[in-house]
Each structure stands twice: as C-alpha cells, then as structure tokens.
Design a protein around this ligand. Structure first.
Ligand code: DSN
Length: 423
C-alpha cells in the first residue's frame, strides 16, 4: 500500500495521509519489540486495501444473503482451505473480526450465561476475554481463573487439574498474552477430558510459531483453536476459529448470525495471502529465527542481571520484572521508546503494582525478525535496553538520545517491509 506511497489519500485528505506516513516513519525508526506486533508484506497490505471492502456477504460461501458473491465466495473458500491445510484442522472459520470476537463466539457456541468457564488470569499471562472480571466474559459467565506458581513463574498443571475437578467448567481456555513458555496442550486436553470440558487453545500469540514448527501444535488436543491473524502469523488484523468436525456448525452459527454481520472481505483476502506466505519454506525459517532471537535476547538480559519471569523463554516473548532495577514498567517503557526501543509495560504474576503502572515490561522478537535481525544483534539490543533503563533511573536523557542514534544506525541497514519513504 505504501510502496509506492499513498498519492490518492494525500490528494483527498492530506491530514490523514501525513499521519499514515508519520506512523510508517515511526515503524521504520524503532526497534519494535511489542510481542503481538509485526510487519506484514506488501502483498498483505495490497489485499487489505482492495475493493473487496465494498462488498457485503453475510452468510458463508454458497449460502449468502446478498447477490454478487461470485468472487467473494472464492476468496473466502481459499482462505478457509489454506487455513485448514496449514494448521491441519477439520474446519476453519475466517470471519471473526479479531481475537476477542473470536473468543466471544466460543462462549456463545458452548456456554449459557452464568455457566462456568476456566481461563488464565490476565495478570498471570492470560487474556481479558478468558474470563477476566472487567470483560463481558467475566461478567456474564462464572469465571474460574488459574495462574502460575509464585516460585517458578510457570503453570502448575496439577493445580489446574484440581481446580477443574472442583469447579466443573464447561469450557477451559489455555493460552494468553504474556506466556513465555511452551503451552502443554496434551496436559490441558487430559484435564479437559477428565472433567468433560471443551478445550479451547487461544494461540493468537504463537500461531506463526505453530505453523512454522517452532511451537507444538494444539491440533489433536484442543476441540477449538482461536487465533488472531496479525501477530506471529504476520497477516492483517483479523482472526480465525478452527475446530474439529464435531464443533464446526456450532462455531459457524455463533460467528454468524450469532455475533457478527458481514465479514470484512478485504481482511479475508489478506488472511488468505498471509496463509499462502506462511506455507512457504521461508516462513519456517522465520518462525525458528523468532525463537532463536528471543532466546539470545533473554540470555543477554539475564547476563546483565535482569529478572525474567519463568527464568527465560521458549517462544517469542520475554517478561521482565524490573523491581530489582528500581523502576516501574511504565517509566521504563516510556524511556525505552524515547531510546528507539518499543516495548509495552505489563503486569507480572502477583504484581504488587497497579496494571496502569505495573512492575514489568513485555518484549518480543517477531517484528525485528521479520525486519531481518538475528542472534548477533540481540546482544547489542540487550545492551541498549540496559543502558536506557539505567539512564531512566538517573534521568539521563543524553544517554537515551545516544541509544536512539545507535538504534537508527542499526536499522538503516534493515529496510522496513511494506513501506519505502517517498523522499
Ligand atoms: N492485545 C494483545 C496483545 O498485545 O497481546 C492481546 O489481545
């Protein structure tokens, strides 16, 4: 979309055009370390910016409520077939607008209001839509939340089993947003089977690692798999729900007409393109490099004395507890951003601080891996993170500016995918 730039937006609406260009420059100039973000390809950008946005198509391929579906049906069928083939599932629904709507469809398919579900607590690494109290999922259902052990920072599946036996959930979610370790899908499946619950694996963060062979797959263990399409999977902002044949119809009905109207066809096309890209051998290499980079970064931060929740990482994500450094997560994240290193502040398990100014920061390697950085750059990035955090504790803006200049020097050799500056 931005390559070449956006002449028609610039002509019609220069204000928005300049904001788009400014955001593109920002993405170019930062070492982007937010684990749920990435850079999509120009092909994905083109599909998402296409005339498919003009078309309504409530329903599913071959069963629509509007005429004119000759090509939209083919787009959606391709996206579905590619998802089914790539993940090795019986059925895929590619219409959910994003991760939370996908998870809401699961509630609608399998639970009545007030019934019991289980999910990982948000401050322990879970997600709002896994039954956290401020979300509709925590208000409208009886939510039982599990967490990690205080001594290891890891899930204790015996505790999860005990809780499930006691509370009898109808649905159990596994997965989340700040889990640095491999998710044990077989163990969750055993627990769900024992208590008669539907197991839902929310693999939004790790979907790209799963298809790239860098994280075990939940297929064959989870009854239902939800995922966004824009994180490690490197597609547009959207989501999918994948199921065994048994649950296909319940999930399809929950998405449409249960929760949504017309699917966003431009997004569906971009998801199809992203799935095609994810089926290429180069995507496997990317997925393994994401993990190798995260491990190298985790090691370099550990060497510098940082406390990593769970002691390290198995995937794309690192959760740092900054308590020993004497700085809150929010101040650290803001200083790092000024230094050209974009992370997000994040609660850590058993956080004594408030979510809007927690003790941790969350770091991930998908976007920098897409940009072409590898293990040899992680030592340098860990050093800059350390320098910027120490500088922040001393209000030393000079050091922060110097780190930002070093970041710019490094990134000059790694063009941003999807955008080329106009000048
Ligand atoms: N907001 C996403 C993340 O950053 O992990 C989860 O929905």
């Amino acid at each position: 979309m931005h390559q070449p730039p956006i002449p028609h937006v610039a002509g019609t609406d220069p204000e928005i055009a300049e904001l788009i260009q400014a955001e593109a420059r920002r993405q170019r100039d930062k070492v982007r370390l937010i684990p749920s973000e990435n850079y999509v390809s120009v092909a994905v950008l083109e599909a998402s910016g296409s005339v498919l946005t003009n078309k309504y198509s409530e329903g599913y391929p071959g069963r629509r409520y509007y005429e004119g579906q000759q090509f939209i049906d083919q787009v959606e069928r391709l996206a579905i077939e590619r998802a089914e083939r790539l993940f090795g599932v019986d059925h895929a629904n590619v219409q959910p607008y994003s991760g939370t709507p996908a998870n809401l469809a699961v509630y609608l398919a399998f639970l009545q209001p007030g019934e019991t579900m289980m999910g990982m607590a948000l401050p322990m690494g879970g997600h709002l839509s896994h039954g956290w109290p401020v979300s509709a999922t925590g208000k409208w259902f009886r939510s039982v939340q599990y967490g990690v052990r205080a001594d290891t920072g890891r899930l204790d599946l015996d505790e999860v089993r005990d809780l499930a036996r006691r509370e009898h959930p109808r649905v159990i979610f596994c997965g989340g947003t700040a889990i640095p370790r491999t998710i044990d899908f077989p163990a969750f499946a055993e627990i769900a089977r024992e208590v008669g619950a539907v197991l839902v694996a929310d693999i939004a963060h790790i979907a790209g690692l799963v298809v790239g062979g860098a994280h075990p797959s939940p297929v064959g263990y989870a009854d239902v798999i939800t995922t966004t399409t824009h994180k490690t999977l490197r597609g547009p902002r959207g989501a999918m729900i994948m199921t065994t044949a048994e649950h296909a119809s319940a999930v399809d009905k929950a998405v449409f007409p249960g929760l949504q109207g017309g699917p966003h066809n431009h997004t569906t096309a971009a998801i199809a393109v992203a799935l095609h890209e994810a089926a290429q051998p180069s995507f496997r290499a990317y997925a393994h490099q994401v993990v190798a980079n995260a491990r190298a970064l985790a090691d370099a931060l550990t060497t510098r004395g940082y406390t990593l929740i769970s002691g390290g990482t198995d995937n794309h994500l690192i959760l740092l507890d900054l308590t020993p450094q004497g700085i809150g997560g929010k101040s650290a994240a803001k200083a790092l951003d000024r230094a050209g290193l974009e992370v997000n502040y994040n609660t850590i398990p058993f956080d004594p601080r408030k979510p809007f100014d927690p003790s941790g920061i969350r770091i991930g390697t998908p976007a920098i891996t897409t940009r072409g950085l590898n293990e040899q750059h992680m030592e340098q990035i860990a050093g800059w993170i350390d320098e910027a955090i120490i500088a922040a504790t001393k209000d030393d803006e000079e050091v922060i500016e110097r780190v930002a200049a070093n970041v710019a020097d490094l990134l000059a050799d790694f063009p941003m995918p999807g955008w080329a500056p106009s000048a």
